[in-house]
Design a protein around this ligand. Structure first.
Ligand code: NAP
Length: 280
């Protein structure tokens, strides 16, 4: 797809490009989501991350339609919810998401959680491979998969996931799983890139000083760090001024020393659910 001037992108293992920064719409109610996505598109976002379980795919779809922006200029991700896993349910779930989104295809379709107690994620992956072959999902991937889950789907399937979307922020940097997946060409997406607001970023050692030195907000420093780490990010905000702030991270760099300051903030602090426990 065409990446907006000045923004960064990564190349997926399908050969397609993905804007490295987008908007996540978790916990954005359907009634405000349409305007928020329209605002985001207006200020330059071209990548939206939603999911069936967010219950706002219809609002995202209305915004995409109302924006008038060409389909191939917007990267849309949605995710398959746990209760839709399995050979029979998976194609029905994607069809429902496509109808809600008003799209013929998604750019990326993810298995939201491995939900290991359901023991269905391998069959689900094979179903995603089929949906990819049908052109309904340009790229397929997973979310919240640990290396052992990735190994199982790659052993059974014939496609390497394009993406693994995992919790990742300065206090939880996921170095070990990333060292497994990234050499396989699996791009890491960071969910909760700002720690979901569940801890004070300002308490991370050195972050306030770094932001001051760079003349940026602490959130912009964290987002820039993600970009230079080579991961994809889609911070969520419901506020228009923060949409602009979060997108304004393409015009400065962190030096190697500054990247090291953020790397040193990793204290293995998970703020969300462990993948083995996401069996809802
Ligand atoms: N795959 C998964 O299991 C999974 C799980 C969680 C999330 N995700 C995806 O990842 C996306 C991002 O993660 P997230 O929404 O959980 O958390 P997040 O982006 O780390 O944090 C969102 C919080 O940060 C605040 N915020 C955003 N920009 C800010 C700024 N510039 N200054 C100060 N505060 C700011 C937001 O408040 P305001 O809205 O008030 O600005 C909100 O409270 C989600 O929207 C979703 O698309 C995926």
């Amino acid at each position: 797809m065409k990446i907006p001037d000045g923004q960064l992108s990564l190349t997926l293992n399908t050969g397609d490009t993905i804007p490295q920064l987008g908007l996540g719409v978790f916990k954005v109610d359907d009634d405000v989501c349409e305007q928020l996505v329209l605002d985001a598109l207006e200020v330059g976002y071209r990548h939206i991350d939603t999911a069936m379980i967010y219950r706002n795919e219809a609002a995202v779809g209305r915004a995409l339609a109302a924006s008038g922006i060409a389909r191939d200029e917007i990267f849309v991700t949605t995710k398959l919810w746990n209760s839709d896993q399995g050979t029979e349910n998976t194609p029905v779930a994607l069809q429902t998401s496509l109808e809600l989104l008003g799209l013929d295809y998604v750019d990326l379709y993810l298995i939201h959680w491995p939900a290991p107690l359901r023991d269905d994620y391998v069959a689900t992956w094979l179903a995603l491979e089929e949906l990819h072959a049908q052109g309904l999902a340009k790229a397929i991937g997973v979310s919240n998969f640990e290396p052992e889950h990735l190994e199982k789907i790659m052993e059974a399937g014939s496609i390497t996931p394009a993406i693994n979307q995992v919790e990742l922020h300065p206090a939880f940097q996921q170095r070990t799983p990333r060292a497994f997946q990234e050499p396989l060409g699996i791009i890491t997406e960071a969910w909760g890139p700002l720690g979901q607001g569940k801890y004070e970023l300002s308490e991370l050692p050195g972050l306030v000083e770094l932001a001051k030195a760079k003349g940026r907000s602490i959130q912009q420093i964290v987002l820039r760090w993600h970009l230079q780490e080579g991961v994809v990010v889609f911070p969520k905000t419901a506020r228009k001024e923060r949409l602009v702030e979060n997108l304004s991270v393409f015009d400065f760099d962190l030096t190697a020393e500054e990247m090291d300051i953020v790397a040193a903030m990793d204290i293995n602090k998970r703020v969300g659910t462990h993948p083995d426990d996401g069996n809802w």
